[in-house]
Design a protein around this ligand. Structure first.
Ligand code: ADP
Ligand code: MG
Length: 148
């Protein structure tokens, strides 16, 4: 478990993980699941990650748009999904996410529990827990072999 005290610490965590994933994401799409309740800091994590990869503009929450894709000049293509409002897992299938997996990129997914099939395709699973004003973050590989 990592203690993540505030918004800027959450961005910094996103930035560090983004830096680690940027290399392998040039080979194929890495899938990162972001679990945690509303207001946990999932979008904040993504903002920090995108900033670290050189993105300078506003990063909106894709709650209503479902997906936002970022083409970074010197980084992998990053797709940010928020499945909170997904009514049916098939809606994600229509986006064609499985077809992206062979291409370079990063797929960052909030509310991944809406689509059970995602858990089996994840490269990194992040759980954010709200504890008072701060957050506890658990990072695991899908097999649960490494915890930080
Ligand atoms: P989510 O996407 O999980 O719903 P957001 O990223 O939108 O959550 O963050 C919700 C609020 O929590 C924002 O005001 C953000 O600044 C704040 N926040 C993010 N990370 C932390 C943290 N580690 N500790 C305290 N507040 C945080
Ligand atoms: Mg969010």
């Amino acid at each position: 478990m990592l203690s993540v005290a505030d918004d800027s610490a959450m961005r910094a965590l996103g930035a560090r993980i983004g830096a680690v994933l940027a290399g392998p994401a040039r080979e194929r799409t890495l899938v990162v699941l972001l679990h945690g309740p509303l207001g946990a800091g999932k979008t904040t994590f993504v903002r920090g990650l995108l900033q670290a990869l050189g993105y300078r503009d506003r990063v909106p929450s894709p709650t209503y748009t479902l997906a936002e894709t970022y083409a970074l000049p010197h980084g992998p293509r990053v797709t940010h999904l928020d499945l909170y409002r997904l009514a049916d897992p098939d809606e994600l299938e229509f986006l064609g996410w499985r077809d992206w997996l062979g291409d370079p990129g990063l797929l960052l997914i909030e509310w991944p529990d809406r689509v059970p099939a995602l858990e089996g395709r994840a490269d990194l699973v992040i759980h954010i827990e709200v504890t008072g004003d701060s957050r506890q973050v658990a990072i695991a590989d899908p097999a649960g072999l490494t915890h930080a």
